[in-house]
Structures are given as C-alpha cells and as structure tokens.
Write a protein that binds this ligand. Structure first.
Ligand code: AMP
Ligand code: ZN
Length: 475
C-alpha cells in the first residue's frame, strides 16, 4: 500500500497520513449554516472533502464521514456578536427557524447530489444535539476552563494560554488576535477572547432550551466539538473546513474540546482555499450577491462540469471562477462521456485492460497520494483516454472505471445507458452474422462483415471472451 500524504495545518507541513484505527478513518467536515442557499464557494469546499474521502477509499480506507448542519447559534459575526443567522432569515421571510433550516438544507443536499458529492454517514443538526452540548459544557466547567455569568457560559481563554495551546492552529498569539480583530464583547466576559458556550438572557431569541444555567441556546463552536465526539470519538483523524475557520472557529473547537477531554482533538486539520469571484474576492454570503449552481446550469453547463472545474485546482490553492474555465471543464466532461458511450457493454466485464493502462494507474494513485493533487489525477485520466484513441485500443475501461470512483462522473451509468440503447438492430444482425461466419470458419465472409460494420461506424475486436464492438468516435 502506498502511503497517503496530506497537508496538516497543525504542523504547517505535508505529513504521511496515519489514522488511529486503520482501515477506518474518521472525517468531520464543518457543515453549512442553513440560512441562505449555499453558493459555489461553499460547494467547492464540500467537493474538496468529497475528493479527499474518495481518494482515501481508493486507497482502501473505510471513511466515516460526518457533516454537521448549523441550524442555531451562528451569529452574524463569528465572534458571538450580532443576530442568529437562521433567526434573521426567519424574521425576514416570516417563517419559523425550522422551516428556514429545512428549506436551505434540502436545497444544499440537492446541489450536492447534482455534483455527485457522496452523502456523509451522518448529517447531524445542532438543534437535535443540545443534550450532548450541555454535557460537554459541564465537563469544561468541571475542568475549571469556563465560567457562568448572567449573560452566558463563557470559555476562559486566558486559562488556555501557553505552549501548544491558544493560537496553535492559527499561529497567532492571543494579543495578535486581539490586535487584528475588533472584538465586540459582553461586559460579563473576563476577556474579549472568551467565547460563548451557552447564551442566556436573550428573551427575543426564538430557539431556546433548558439547561443547568437557565434557558438559552448554544454557541456556534460547541456544536462541532459535541457532535464530532458523539459520532467519531474524542480524537478525530481528519477535521476539515475552509481556511476562514482557522483563526476562530477551529481554534475555539480545539480549546474547548481538549480542555474537556485532555487528549488531542484532531490529528490532521485540513483546510480548503477559497473560490473567488470575478473581481478576485472570496465568494461569500455576506457580500449579498453570490453565484449558485443554478447560475451554472442556466449557462448550459452541466453540474458535473463544475465538479471537474473544481478538480482542476488543488484544494489548497485559490480558484477563480470563470466562464472560460467552466466551458473548458464542460468539454472535458463531454470527452469522458463520449469515450464511455463508445464502449460496448461487453468491455465492462472484460478483466484485462490494455497493458499501457498500468502506467496510468500508478500515476493516478501517485497524484492522489501527493497531498490530494486532483488536477494531476484529472490530467492522468484525460491522457489515458487520449492514448486509447491514439492507439485505437479502447481496452481501458476497468482502469477508467476505477479512476471514476474518485472523479465521480458516473461514467459507468453513461456507458450502460449508451450500451443499452446504442446498437441498432441491423448492426446487431451483422455482428451475429459475423460471429456465425467465424464459427463456421468462413473467415472471408467474416472479414467482409467486419469491413461492412466499420463502414457503418462500428469496430469489432475478437478476444478470449468473445467479440466486443466499439462505436467509432466520429462515426
Ligand atoms: P458557511 O455556511 O458559511 O459556514 O460555509 C460552509 C463551508 O464553506 C465552510 O467550511 C466555509 O469555510 C466554506 N466556504 C465559504 N465560502 C467559501 C469560498 N468562497 N470558497 C471555498 N469555501 C468556502
Ligand atoms: Zn465546525
């Protein structure tokens, strides 16, 4: 088994991936806040983690993937200030918070299905895990790392200063963080760095639960710690999120989790870079206007071309959205599909691929295992198809089918649909006549029939398992 390497934000270096309990891998991805549609930048994030998950599975790992859904507690500012995002939309749209969350979660899941992001093992909603959050907050208080005030329970960041503690992920000291951000804070907080674990005394807040400290609702960060521990244990192999989560959300997740458990919260923190808009800025919901998958579809571009477009950049590199880039991705998708359509059903079960495909298999795996180099892996898959055309030897289906477990383009379905409808009756009659001629050793007639088929755009190849028929590309 070749080792898999991935960049770990904790060490700021590419590391050999060693899960705690191979072949199992626990993977937690910070999920969406479901108060608006998820834009193409958000979709890029989940595509990155889908490539990661599929690459690990390609390597023989079994991945337990969990994604949370933030349906309470995420304020309009990441530092506890402002209004709850879901409640803001609920007020604006005259809906209940639950209706808002259900509506935007369904939109998001439909988009993910269209771009072939595998559903996680568990989707966990914050509002359904309040007990787990309360339990974890109690542990943090018992460890002496949080304090209760009339306005809420706060994590005591000052107590978390020290070697390998606050600022470990962002590599920023608390004082630097303070200088960089103007933190709004309640008079009850001992320090502006302290963040809310549980919010109290907000009677206008629509979503409230009883707790040992009074009626209130959880802070945003605690949900990820509580739910990841519930489903994946106290130490996760891989935790993912966008780079925007490094300085606040993930710092806070580490601080509160490790204060409660006293063991490492995450072994590999992996962060994706942003999709930027046409003006070069990060696509974000707060900008007010943001591109959606439906805009891509309205351009006549297939959702899976957006998948290919994202595959064309490394997860750690910024990617600029462009119409030309999307069109180029569409033509790559068409290229793969055209090839898949030209493969006959019989070729799928043929276990022996052309010898030249071996080298491509090596290169594809090397690309994936080198810090998830998806642009390289994509290039290898395209080159393989090009070489099959160049040689006129299309026996690469097993290899391409295996690659598609990571590419996720559904090429097997494309091929099956085409094979089921592709061969017209008169062509099938010629094929059957040729098979009969060969059986009766009438090779002259068999050759005539082969030429006839070729003239009609079908190529026949005889192999150990019988005869396979390929529809010629430009027939
Ligand atoms: P949110 O719903 O804003 O919490 O975002 C959900 C996920 O999408 C988070 O992991 C963000 O880091 C990520 N994300 C947000 N904007 C972008 C972007 N423009 N490009 C890539 N990822 C993003
Ligand atoms: Zn999170």
């Amino acid at each position: 088994m070749k080792p898999f390497f991935i960049y770990n934000t904790l060490s700021r270096s590419v590391e050999k991936f060693l899960p705690q309990h191979p072949p199992e891998v626990s993977l937690y991805s910070c999920g969406p806040t479901v108060y608006l549609p998820q834009h193409l930048g958000n979709l890029r994030a989940y595509l990155c983690w889908d490539f990661l998950r599929r690459a690990l599975e390609y390597n023989g790992y079994t991945v337990r993937h969990v994604i949370n859904v933030t349906d309470v507690g995420h304020m309009t500012s990441d530092q506890d200030a402002g209004e709850d995002k879901i409640e803001k939309t609920a007020r604006e749209q005259h809906k209940s918070p639950l209706e808002v969350a259900d509506f935007y979660l369904k939109l998001f899941q439909d988009d993910l299905a269209a771009i072939h992001v595998e559903p996680p093992l568990v989707w966990c909603r914050a509002t359904e895990h309040i007990d787990a959050m309360i339990e974890l907050i109690e542990r943090i208080i018992a460890a002496g790392m949080a304090y209760v005030t009339p306005s809420g329970v706060y994590f005591d960041v000052e107590k978390y200063r020290g070697e390998n503690r606050a600022g470990r992920l962002s590599r920023q000291s608390l004082d630097e963080q303070n200088a960089a951000q103007r933190l709004e804070h309640s008079a009850d907080k001992k320090s502006p760095h302290d963040f809310a674990l549980w919010v109290l005394a907000q009677p206008h807040h629509l979503m409230q639960w009883d707790s040992p400290w009074g009626r209130g609702y959880p802070g945003w960060h605690i949900e990820c710690s509580a739910m990841s521990m519930k489903y994946l244990g106290e130490t996760i192999d891989i935790h993912t999120g966008g780079m925007d989560h490094i300085p606040i959300h993930h710092e806070n997740e580490i601080a509160q989790s490790e204060s409660a458990t006293h063991h490492p919260f995450v072994r590999y923190f992996v962060h994706n870079a942003f999709l930027t808009g046409k003006e070069g800025a990060k696509i974000s919901k707060s900008a007010g206007k943001f591109p959606l998958l439906s805009d891509v579809i309205a351009m006549g571009i297939d959702p899976l071309a957006f998948r290919i477009f994202c595959m064309g950049a490394k997860y750690r590199s910024e990617l600029a959205l462009s119409d030309d880039g999307l069109r180029a991705a569409q033509s790559n998708l068409d290229y793969f599909r055209e090839f898949a359509r030209s493969i006959p059903a019989g070729a799928v079960s043929n276990s022996s691929d052309a010898e030249f495909s071996c080298e491509y298999r090596e290169r594809f795996l090397d690309a994936l295992n080198n810090d998830l180099n998806t642009p390289q892996a994509l290039a290898v898959a395209l080159e393989l198809v090009a070489e099959a055309y160049r040689r006129g030897d299309y026996n690469i289906w097993n290899t391409l089918g295996a690659f598609d477990r990571v590419l996720g383009l559904g090429l097997a379905e494309t091929q099956t649909a085409a094979a089921n409808s592709a061969i017209p009756v008169e062509i099938q009659a010629l094929i059957d006549a040729r098979t009969a001629a060969r059986k009766s050793r009438d090779f002259k007639r068999a050759d005539q029939l082969r030429a006839d088929l070729e003239a009609r755009g079908y190529e026949v190849k005889d192999n150990r398992d019988g005869t396979t028929v390929y529809q010629l590309r430009h027939a």
